[in-house]
Ligand binder design. Structure first.
Ligand SMILES: [Zn+2]
Length: 450
């Protein structure tokens, strides 16, 4: 669950609402920082930067040459280049587990090498890898990190219209697992950096491209491993951009708003176990652990956590009010602290599942385990709970890195497109790839260019 700030679109382009630019406003711990710290786990293997081989690099699509700042036709070219690269990237199956990110890292290194950028590849455990590349600025400002993960979640091909790992380009889309989450964004990040180099834009900050393993299943050898094992490569950075945030589009593709992730709730997963006397199902025991568990879970399911308005959510709702057409909703959003005191307004607000999760700690009971035989009373029963805490409510919040981090999506998505993330028929339109490269280029240029 991400907390976002809103920027309003203007005539199909985009623009930030009042001071919501990258260096205005919030300086809060965000998900990337949280991830970096949370996932920092023990490394068992020594760090070994390995050179990326040239030999097995696939034939890469042609580069879009730039002479100075990109023009309209250049953005088209960069969009097409993004599509061709993404199609290849999707074909490298990085379903995690196991991930096999090393192959993807080698491919990314070859892509970067076309533009004279050398990468370092780290292989914490065999087959799993992180890639690090740095485009130099003049050093007068601290670096910007473009963070992305190379692994993807499982795809069940029987539910897809296309092979999820064929990288098909058809009907105006690049199809495949990772098109949105987050190989598509990774390619956009890469091309925005590379395009700045091609255009010869002088930079005041270094731009760091960091592609990691293990985001989808945290085995601890991705971003966290890099922070723990190679703090010297990252710690001087001032800003970090990662996935998160939303660009909402209507069915016609018009941008409704740009949301930027500035902070994120913390998962606090719990397992609940009850014990009792085992026996045969035909002779009920008074302390059947399954009954005990069900009674407890019934109370948890009925429990309503209190509503809390964090400053980030207050700002987000306030910005959302500007584009809300319904007058009742607009009033509630504009002054959410007052709205939650009113039971009718509070009920209306929290009937939106997203708003509800932004306004409280949440508890979802997601798993149950007891006997696998109908006629056996087990000695133990257990349940797992997905609890999510609002920012600032987790005492173990970490600020050790101190990198100001934002979740930014490069693609305006309508509802149908958004459902592809971790779902079926994940795809990104060619128009969105062009938009995304342009959008990220503008952000990175604004932050990093002299
Ligand atoms: Zn992701």
């Amino acid at each position: 669950m991400r907390t976002e700030r809103v920027a309003r679109s203007n005539q199909g382009g985009w623009g930030w609402v009042g001071g919501a630019g990258l260096d205005g406003g919030y300086r809060m711990t965000s998900r990337p920082v949280a991830l970096l710290a949370l996932l920092a786990a023990c490394a068992h293997n020594p760090v070994s930067p390995v050179p990326a081989p040239v030999a097995d690099a696939p034939a890469l699509p042609s580069r879009t040459e730039l002479r100075g700042q990109p023009r309209v036709e250049d953005w088209q070219g960069l969009g097409a280049e993004a599509a061709a690269l993404l199609s290849q990237y999707i074909r490298i199956n990085t379903t995690n587990p196991p991930g096999n990110e090393l192959q993807a890292a080698r491919w990314l290194a070859a892509v970067l090498r076309r533009d004279g950028l050398e990468s370092q590849i780290f292989e914490p455990v065999p087959g799993k890898a992180n890639l690090y590349a740095r485009l130099k600025g003049d050093g007068s400002a601290r670096p910007l990190i473009l963070l992305n993960h190379m692994d993807v979640v499982l795809a069940s091909p029987e539910f897809w219209r296309v092979d999820p790992f064929a990288g098909a380009i058809r009907e105006g889309y690049v199809w495949g697992r990772g098109a949105l989450d987050m190989k598509g964004e990774g390619i956009v990040e890469l091309l925005s950096m590379v395009a700045l180099k091609r255009a010869g834009v002088p930079l005041r900050r270094d731009i760091i491209f960091l592609a990691t393993a293990d985001e989808e299943i945290g085995a601890g050898v991705g971003a966290g491993w890099m922070v723990e094992q190679h703090p010297e490569l990252l710690r001087d950075a001032e800003f970090l951009l990662n996935e998160g945030g939303t660009i909402r589009a209507d069915e016609a593709g018009h941008v409704e708003y740009v949301g930027v992730g500035t902070t994120e709730k913390s998962p606090f997963w719990l397992e609940l176990t009850t014990h009792g006397t085992a026996g045969h199902g035909s002779r009920p025991t008074p302390d059947n652990p399954v009954h005990r568990l069900v009674r407890t879970l019934a109370r948890i399911a009925a429990f309503q956590t209190p509503l809390v308005v964090t400053p980030t959510v207050e700002r987000y709702f306030h910005d959302l009010a500007e584009i809300e057409v319904d007058s009742g909703r607009r009033a509630a959003l504009a002054n959410v602290r007052v709205a939650i005191q009113d039971s009718v307004a509070a009920r209306r607000l929290t009937s939106d599942l997203t708003f509800n999760a932004l306004l409280r700690n949440t508890i979802s009971i997601t798993g149950l385990k007891a006997s696998d035989k109908t006629n056996v009373i087990p000695p133990v029963a257990s349940a797992v709970l997905d609890v999510r805490l609002l920012p600032g409510q987790a005492p173990e919040a970490f600020l050790a890195l101190g990198i100001v981090s934002y979740g930014v999506s490069p693609f305006p998505l309508n509802d149908a497109e958004g459902r592809g993330v971790h779902g079926n028929d994940e795809r990104v339109s060619l128009a969105n790839l062009t938009f995304g490269v342009h959008f990220f280029y503008d952000i990175v240029a604004r932050v990093a260019a002299r």
